[in-house]
Design a binder for this molecule. Structure first.
Ligand SMILES: *[C@@H]1O[C@H](CO)[C@@H](O)[C@H](O)[C@H]1NC(C)=O
Ligand SMILES: *[C@@H]1O[C@H](CO)[C@@H](O)[C@H](O)[C@H]1NC(C)=O
Ligand SMILES: *[C@@H]1O[C@H](CO)[C@@H](O)[C@H](O)[C@H]1NC(C)=O
Ligand SMILES: *[C@@H]1O[C@H](CO)[C@@H](O)[C@H](O)[C@H]1NC(C)=O
Ligand SMILES: *[C@@H]1O[C@H](CO)[C@@H](O)[C@H](O)[C@H]1NC(C)=O
Length: 297
């Protein structure tokens, strides 16, 4: 009986590792992961409701807890943003956004999320390439905890909200939907290191260009233009050459039937020509030597 126990234990540990699929890249201090934050305006006066509270590991959604980033709504902002800059570029799967949940969701109505590949962000010129999510202000109030899919290589996540002329929402801020504010308690940025995906981030992207693979299933995202590409840098070798340390070099050996060597390994997949041996078919069989291995010792 006792011999079944260890097997069960191993199974349990595996299950736990799989259950925590992704890592919070913006706040996992024991792995040195900490996002840096900035927001477009000052925190509410005489408080500690600063932008860094969105990456403090406390997702409590009330202001009194002191773990939210909150601006002063009475400043009548028509445009606000808050950004989380990651330590470097990561393969981000999704974010969990925790809004302040004290009947003030109207202030966040109509917000957008952008996810940037590099560390430039200009609120005045946003590209659809970086767009990730928009809350439709006529679809009711935003839900207080949102799960937003990103699934790409990202350096910065930005929450942005605007109140252009004629803005309408059916989640009004009391009687005033003309203004907005930052009212965010946590942004968890869930993902893996660049080049990794899913299940505890143990998955390694196959030879994808730019090491860019789907964060959930590992499929390559940037395809090489030539399907014969051998590496993630999209290197293609001609027949009779193979890849070695990132360069195409001449096949070393003599393959059976004058076949070309394998472009990835340099080996002869269907064996060596007569008189030759070794995995590259570049050595003479026993008792022979010479350029063509035909001279007997
Ligand atoms: C801000 O936080 C500091 C340190 O945690 C504390 O000493 C200070 O009283 C706080 N200020 C306000 C206005 O809550
Ligand atoms: C959130 O913080 C408030 C204020 O500190 C506290 O009263 C409340 O119980 C907390 N909520 C949760 C779910 O922990
Ligand atoms: C968000 O979605 C992921 C999977 O896509 C899931 O693992 C996670 O539990 C979700 N988080 C919340 C808060 O619903
Ligand atoms: C908004 O409501 C407050 C009371 O809740 C009232 O004093 C104020 O006049 C209203 N403002 C507008 C623009 O209707
Ligand atoms: C991985 O997911 C992407 C996006 O959802 C999908 O297009 C692709 O076919 C999936 N690949 C595999 C191998 O399931």
């Amino acid at each position: 009986m006792w011999s079944h126990k260890p097997a069960k234990l191993v199974f349990l540990q595996l299950w736990i590792a799989r259950a925590s699929c992704f890592v919070n890249i913006a706040f996992t201090p024991n792995q040195g992961l900490q996002g840096q934050t900035t927001m477009s305006g000052a925190p509410f006066p005489n408080t500690n409701w600063t932008s860094d509270k969105v990456v403090d590991g406390n997702s409590n959604q009330t202001a009194a807890e002191g773990s939210c980033a909150i601006m002063d709504f009475d400043q009548n902002y028509q445009s606000v943003w808050l950004k989380v800059q990651l330590g470097r570029r990561f393969n981000v799967a999704y974010i969990e956004l925790y809004l302040r949940n004290e009947h003030l969701l109207g202030r966040s109505s109509g917000f957008s999320i952008y996810a940037f590949y590099d560390d430039t962000f200009d609120p005045a010129s946003l590209s659809p390439n970086d767009f990730a999510y928009h809350h439709d202000p006529l679809s009711g109030c935003p839900t207080p905890v949102q799960n937003i899919t990103i699934n790409r290589l990202v350096r910065q996540i930005v929450f942005i909200n605007n109140r252009p002329d004629g803005f309408q929402t059916n989640c009004p801020e009391r009687n005033n939907s003309r203004y907005t504010s930052i009212e965010i308690c946590e942004i968890k940025v869930m993902g893996c290191d660049t080049g990794r995906y899913s299940t505890g981030c143990f998955g390694e992207c196959p030879s994808c260009k730019n090491k860019n693979c789907d964060a959930f299933n590992g499929s390559c995202i940037d395809k090489c233009p030539d399907p014969n590409a051998l590496t993630e840098e999209c290197i293609v070798c001609a027949d009779g050459r193979y890849i070695s340390n990132g360069y195409c070099v001449k096949c070393k050996g003599h393959c059976r039937n004058d076949e070309h060597c394998n472009k990835l390994t340099g080996e002869c997949d269907s064996g060596c020509a007569s008189q030759w041996t070794g995995s590259f078919c570049d050595q003479c069989i026993d008792h022979f030597y010479g350029r063509d291995c035909r001279t007997q010792c």
